[in-house]
Design a protein around this ligand. Structure first.
Ligand code: HEM
Length: 464
């Protein structure tokens, strides 16, 4: 429930005036939010952007209040979520009754037990896809990191969540469509107050992307509804599902669930692994240690599920990558009733920005916050009592909307990274610096080209 503010004095949020807020946000939004949060020492600030005046909430205590303790007062509705509705419909990526029902249906697919059961299939998929890199190496071709990582991740998602009901051609049509949708939302996000009757730049491109996605997904859904089978994948499960009244889901509901999970699952994970290649290139000492671990645990590869518990440093590297580049970098909420957060009044109907990218770089909670240092997450440091606020690190969100795919990520990502590095050596071919694109998930603006060569193991799997 919202805090009762009657008896206490509450302040207004500290404003960031438009002449400072707008140019910085337009230049690099995520970087600007880090600066505003840091300058305010984690206090709530209000970004004065003309008719749109969102609050930026970055202190872990305040994040916890919004995402967990009083989450019903901070919902995923309003100006920021409406544009997404055109893509996701009323699904797990919304709020209220639709979200609750959808989450209830999806949750059984994401248990540790279920993920353990499909881990072998994930590993097979990764191995199959990575073998194709041999061709690139022989031809001396570089690899486009974001496109290839998205390809690998969607190949996995398609198998384990969709039972291969999207064929590879469908997958290849759908990835650029999601890319286009993600990039085209920028102006709607920059002008969330603009009614849909008025076109904003890239609106047409966004609608085209939604149509391309629908052209692929609807026929797949229709076919699966006719032949529901007994496969444990997501589409089949959704097609078999009946509610308490015995009603089945509609074609539209199944399409919305599929599109939401596909978007949540592929691009987020693919971008983390893309950032990882860039970070390893900048930090050869981390790359060497990672390689040593993979050589020792996986040898000539490919990586299998039984290797995952032994890939401890790999996991630390992934955790730290998620700290610096959380793909879900902006989690907007609408205030449902007037409330108070950390002594600051927040008004009903206004927007709150929660930004893991900013909170995870706050100096108060992180030493050398912009440095890539996987050691922060070593078991030794935790054993020595190093503790941090639960909401100083939340790349997978928190509270009732917490990501359903965290566990799957920690199965697929080590398998992808370790399988690649057991077979190949990877170097960045494009000169930096790399900056952040303005997109729904955190991604580099520039194309990242990977140069790949064979790792050189002998026939017994020993590194030469
Ligand atoms: C590195 C990878 C990933 C990151 C960084 C990530 C991040 C997030 C975040 C921050 C949220 C919370 C959104 C909010 O509070 O508004 C979320 C929700 C969600 N994620 Fe992920 N995610 C990742 C991978 C996945 C995967 C692999 C799947 C599924 C296979 C998935 C499925 C979902 C779903 C269904 C939700 C909505 C949960 C709800 O609102 O009830 N995610 N994710």
């Amino acid at each position: 429930m919202p805090t009762d503010t009657a008896a206490r004095s509450v302040r207004r949020a500290r404003p960031v005036p438009i002449h400072r807020a707008l140019p910085r946000l337009a230049r690099e939004a995520a970087g600007a939010l880090v600066k505003f949060a840091q300058e305010a020492d984690g206090e709530i600030v209000r970004l004065e952007l003309g008719p749109f005046r969102p609050y930026l909430v970055s202190h872990p205590d305040h994040v916890q209040q919004v995402m967990r303790l009083e989450w019903t007062n901070y919902q995923r509705v309003g100006m920021f979520w409406r544009p997404l509705e055109r893509l996701f419909g009323h699904s797990v990526m919304s709020d209220g009754a639709h979200w609750r029902d959808s989450r209830k249906i999806l949750q059984p697919l994401f248990t540790t037990r279920y993920i353990a059961a499909i881990a072998d299939e994930v590993a097979d998929r990764v191995a199959e896809r990575i073998e194709e890199w041999d061709e690139h190496v022989r031809a001396g071709r570089s690899i486009d990191a974001t496109a290839e990582m998205s390809g690998i991740l969607s190949f996995i998602v398609n198998r384990v969540l969709f039972g291969d009901k999207l064929d590879r051609k469908d997958g290849e049509r759908i990835i650029p469509a999601f890319d286009l949708a993600s990039h085209s939302l920028v102006y709607r996000f920059l002008m969330p107050f603009m009614p849909y009757s008025i076109r904003v730049p890239r609106d047409r491109a966004f609608l085209r992307a939604v149509k391309q996605i629908d052209d692929v997904v609807f026929p797949v859904v229709r076919k699966a509804m006719v032949d529901t089978g007994d496969s444990p994948d997501l589409i089949s499960m959704l097609c078999r599902f009946t509610d308490e009244k015995g009603d089945r889901l509609t074609e539209r509901q199944i399409r919305d669930a599929m599109v939401s999970v596909y978007a949540a699952a592929s691009e987020t994970s693919a971008m983390i692994i893309t950032w990882l290649w860039l970070l390893l290139d900048e930090h050869p000492e981390v790359a060497v240690r990672l390689q040593e671990e993979i050589d020792e645990v996986v040898g000539a590869g490919p990586a299998r599920p039984e290797h995952i518990p032994h890939l401890r440093y790999t996991r630390m590297v992934l955790i730290e990558t998620l700290r610096l580049y959380p793909s879900g970098w902006l989690l907007p909420r609408q205030v449902m009733e007037d409330a108070e957060i950390g002594g600051v009044r927040v008004k009903r109907g206004s927007t709150i920005f929660i930004c893991p990218y900013a909170t995870q770089r706050l100096e108060e909670f992180w030493e050398r916050p912009h440095e890539f240092d996987p050691e922060r997450f070593s078991p030794e440091r935790s054993a020595n009592g190093e503790r941090r606020h639960r909401y100083a690190y939340f790349p997978f969100g928190g509270g009732p909307h917490k990501c359903l795919g965290e566990h799957l990520f920690y199965v697929e990502a080590p398998l992808v990274v370790a399988s690649i590095l057991s077979r190949f050596r990877v170097a960045i071919r494009t000169p930096g610096p790399f900056t952040l694109a303005w997109a729904a998930s955190l991604r580099p603006k520039q194309k990242v080209e990977l140069g790949v060569s064979f790792a050189g193991h002998d026939r017994n799997g020993v590194l030469r």
